[in-house]
Design a protein around this ligand. Structure first.
Ligand code: NZQ
Ligand code: ZN
Length: 386
């Protein structure tokens, strides 16, 4: 029996080239004092910062600039953002960037109403009670943060990277212009594409719970879209059609539609967040290294059929091909077509922290995913990635 589920996604999306003119009127429904959050400055280089601030200022909106949000955003940066928002009586938060900028903005939105370190909310010690309204202008197709209610924050003092999830953190409106992703590097395009694939495989494609055929077919279409267009975007960064396909695939991979009652630990994500928490690596790259090794490790009579189907339906392999062929096709895509380095050793990671990471990511017990894994299993998977 398919599990019961509720589906609701309240984010309004303006998709395409000429949508930004709608931003001021939409923002004004929530306030006129807007905090514009961004990362290391790519939005200034591509002219997006000037474009947005000009549109807002000419509409009578006051813009307060908060830059410097780092990839794998840190709780200390979020705390600074909360303070800045309070000092300026901010009414709306506008995140312009990739998943890191959007996630940090979500944590600031909740932190604004919490008197203390935002880490208390992230680690679950305290509950989210309210949040400032959140708008996004997406510049990197990957995380789905533009259309979901979660954010991932790192605490480098405790080596923890955890998700903060709450319905109040769902963006009100997201602006998705594929042109804003033309300048994403080959490396970040590849890593982002691996992340889109991971959201589907980890959360809803390889699952124990009963499946809905309709969704399996949609998932395979989204996966095939990434397999087709990520290499095009890498070769031709300003190919609008390729960037548009990746952008919409990213949003729909994690906006709740595909999950439909399937509930399990997202194994690769939980392990990857450990790697990021210790080594600050690029999320999608860590996932790309982990996923095929995880599939190799869990390959047995119970998983063989699903993995083989992945090869046939996503990579177009012959019906007589094996699950091993599927994993090889996946590796070829990740490490040759996308050009991502294939091992943790390539990222200067050795096994020093594997034991503690393996225990921490399943809280010392069993990780209940597609295949249940013990800390020892996880350690072995990490060793296969070296
Ligand atoms: O810092 P800026 O200047 O923005 O540069 C970024 C950064 O260096 C750059 N970039 C972004 N857009 C660009 C661009 N460079 C040139 N042109 C553009 N248009 O790319 C680099 C990476 O940006 P980042 O935002 O870190 O990447 P991504 O979107 O992949 O986000 C990764 C973060 O999201 C979390 C990850 O764990 C990681 O912390 N995730 C969030 C999820 C969610 N909210 O639902 C789910 C995911 O599974 C994931 O965990
Ligand atoms: Zn992810």
């Amino acid at each position: 029996m398919i599990n019961d589920f509720v589906f609701e996604n309240t984010t309004k999306v303006y998709f395409g080239k000429n949508q930004l003119e709608n931003l001021p009127n939409e923002l004004k429904k929530y306030g006129t004092k807007v905090m514009l959050n961004y990362g290391g400055g790519s939005i200034k280089k591509i002219g997006l910062f000037d474009k947005i601030t000009n549109i807002l200022k000419s509409s009578g909106i006051e813009v307060f600039e908060f830059g410097g949000i780092e990839p794998n955003p840190k709780h200390t940066t979020v705390n600074k953002g909360v303070q800045f928002a309070r000092e300026n009586n901010i009414e709306v938060l506008l995140a312009v960037g990739g998943g890191s900028t959007i996630d940090a903005t979500k944590a600031m939105a909740a932190g604004y109403y919490y008197n203390g370190d935002v880490w208390d909310l992230v680690c679950g010690k305290e509950k989210v009670t309210n949040a400032l309204p959140i708008f996004t202008v997406l510049t990197l197709a990957a995380t789905g943060s533009e259309m979901d209610c979660g954010g991932v924050i790192s605490n480098m003092e405790t080596n923890e990277k955890l998700g903060l999830v709450h319905p109040l953190l769902q963006p009100k409106i997201s602006f998705l212009n594929p042109e804003n992703t033309f300048t994403v590097s080959k490396y970040q395009t590849a890593a982002g594409s691996a992340d889109i694939i991971a959201h589907i495989l980890d959360i809803c494609y390889f699952v124990k719970s009963p499946k809905m055929d309709m969704l399996d077919m949609v998932m395979e279409s989204v996966l095939k879209t990434v397999v087709k267009y990520a290499p095009v975007a890498i070769k031709e960064p300003d190919n609008y059609n390729a960037r548009a396909n990746l952008m919409w695939a990213a949003s729909w991979a994690l906006n709740g539609f595909l999950i439909a009652g399937r509930a399990q630990a997202p194994t690769n994500h939980m392990i990857e967040h450990e790697l990021s928490a210790y080594y600050d690596i690029t999320h999608g790259h860590g996932l790309a290294i982990l996923m095929p090794r995880w599939l190799e490790y869990i390959l047995d009579d119970t998983t063989e059929g699903d993995i083989k189907k992945f090869g046939v339906n996503v990579f177009g392999l012959d019906k007589n091909s094996s699950a091993k062929d599927a994993i090889e096709a996946f590796k070829k895509f990740l490490f040759e077509d996308l050009g991502l380095k294939p091992t943790l050793t390539d990222l200067n990671i050795d096994k020093t922290h594997f034991k503690e990471m393996s225990r921490h990511c399943c809280f010392g017990e069993i990780m209940h995913g597609y295949k249940d894994l013990t800390p020892d299993d996880i350690e072995k998977i990490l060793e296969m990635c070296l």
